[in-house]
Design a binder for this molecule. Sequence first.
Ligand code: FMN
Length: 201
Amino acid sequence: MMKIVAFAASPRIGGNSETLLDETIRGLKESGADVRKIRTHAQDFIPCISCGKCDTLGRCVIDDSFQEMFDLLVECDGMVFSSPLYFMNVPGRGKALIDRCQAFWAAKFSLNLDLFSGRKRLGLLVACSGKKYGVGKTPIFRGIEDTMNILYIALGMEPMKSLLVPEVDLKGDINKFPQELEKAYEAGKNMVEFLHQNGVE
Ligand SMILES: Cc1cc2nc3c(=O)[nH]c(=O)nc-3n(C[C@H](O)[C@H](O)[C@H](O)COP(=O)(O)O)c2cc1C
């Protein structure tokens, strides 16, 4: 069965990005995917300590809850990463998770390992922000998209078109945009369909 890991990277339970994520999960499940949802703030893991061990092992040696997330990220066919924008990027715990994925980068580029056996995998970013622009007219989601695009490379994932919703700030603001919730749901369905088309059962 197709396996998808869905991260909720906001500390605000039931906030805007998690509401979007839940719609994506609904689309994924209705299309038959097995979804494992992980709230990063409910996890117990530390940031990368740059010990360099992954450069020779292709795996992180820190014994905490990242180990399970590492295994899920190896096994999965796709990942949905939902996040609020914090200072133009993901919140600290989400960034700590991403930084721990250096182990995937090391496996691929230092050790030439293919942890995913050449399987077609997809990544999807679902994000929201309070504002429309950063400083001046800086595109508001540029930082978070750059970060995710590098993560997809490390994880051997093809990026889907991100679902990015600006100008939602207060908890519940996202409900003023039912068309974005619909897009989130459709993105879940599309992820399954694309993977099916590429031979993932
Ligand atoms: C610590 C912090 C930093 C934030 N930084 C930004 C920012 O740089 N740009 C922006 O547009 N909104 C920023 N926001 C607003 C959130 O992105 C916005 O409220 C979002 O809807 C929160 O999503 P959530 O409900 O999923 O947590 C920030 C909010 C917090 C709490």
